[in-house]
Structure formats: C-alpha cells, structure tokens
Design a protein around this ligand. Structure first.
Ligand SMILES: [Zn+2]
Length: 179
C-alpha cells in the first residue's frame, strides 16, 4: 500500500482511511460506518460539535456552476476586481485546510478558481501559492515528482489566462467600448 500526503503530517499523527464522504456530518458518517462494525476515532468524529460546524459552513459553498459563472463574469468585465472571485474561494480554502479536508473535491475546485483569477490579474506571487497547493493535491492523487519553481513559472507564463484582465482592458479600450 502506498500513502501520499496532500498536507503536512505531524510526527506520530495517526493516518486514517475514508470509508465515507468526509464532508458529511458526524451522525451521517457514523450511520454509513455501521455496516463495517467499528466506531471511528478520528479527530473529526471525536470533536463532532466543532467539526460539524465547519462542515455546515463548507456546505454553504456556492455550487460549482455558479463559481464558474462568476469566474467568466470576472474575466469578461474590465475593472471588476479579483475579489469578486477570490474572496469566497479564500474563505472556503481556509475552512477546508482548518478541517484537514484537502481530499474534498471542493478544495481542488477553489484552487482552480484562485489560480485562474490571480493568473488573469497577473499576480504571479499569488498564482504560485495556489498553483503549488494544486500541484501537491495532484501529486497526492496521481503521484509524480514535485515541480521546480522554474517549471511552475513557465506554466504560469504559458497559462491561457495569464494577464488576461490587462489584455481585455486593452482590447475594449482599442475598440472604443466603455469610453
Ligand atoms: Zn472519523
């Protein structure tokens, strides 16, 4: 069996295997664990009042299609700041990392939004932060070597959204829109 980590592991921290969807509430997870005949002793199950609260906030996540629509609106609207896309994703990312739920599909989705939005805004430092996180998840899921900063920088500069906001601004100005 091979274990690949999507986040840092403390010395002596026990590793768990998921038998059910980890973003479900404690009672729902316990219900789904019944056929296996054991009581889960992970941190989320033993601190359910806190972990359930975090999950409740996580499920206030905007649906994926709404997230994509917002991203498109941001890309196509000159002058609309990146906070329109990134605020919600940053808040959700913090929750996910706090709960150690990096394995959740929400995590990859928000990382993708952040990379796209910061790429479009031409903010290389921010893109690097979230691209590295996305790469770590990708490696945890499919293996492979860690990419060098040089390789990541190349990916950013070749990204289809790189500096997009500036380009769309120039194009709309040249065309006489928003004059
Ligand atoms: Zn558990």
């Amino acid at each position: 069996m091979e274990f690949r980590a999507a986040r840092d592991i403390k010395a002596g921290e026990e590793l768990f295997i998921q038998y059910t969807e980890p973003t479900f509430s404690t009672s729902r997870r316990q219900e789904e664990l019944k056929p296996y005949g054991f009581q889960c002793g992970c941190e989320s199950c033993t601190t359910s009042s806190h972990s359930d609260l975090v999950r409740k906030q996580l499920h206030r996540n905007i649906p994926m299609r709404v997230g994509y629509s917002r991203l498109v609106v941001f890309l196509m609207t000159p002058g609309l700041p990146e906070s329109y896309v990134v605020d919600h994703s940053l808040q959700q990312l913090e929750l996910i990392e706090h709960a150690g739920l990096e394995v959740s599909h929400f995590y990859s989705m928000h990382l993708k939004f952040l990379v796209e939005a910061y790429c479009a805004a031409g903010n290389v430092q921010k893109v690097l932060i979230y691209m590295r996180k996305a790469e770590a998840i990708e490696r945890a899921l499919s293996g492979g070597e860690e990419k060098s900063i040089k390789a990541l920088m190349k990916m950013i500069k070749e990204h289809q959204r790189w500096d997009w906001k500036k380009k769309i601004q120039d194009v709309t100005e040249a065309a006489g829109f928003y004059a």
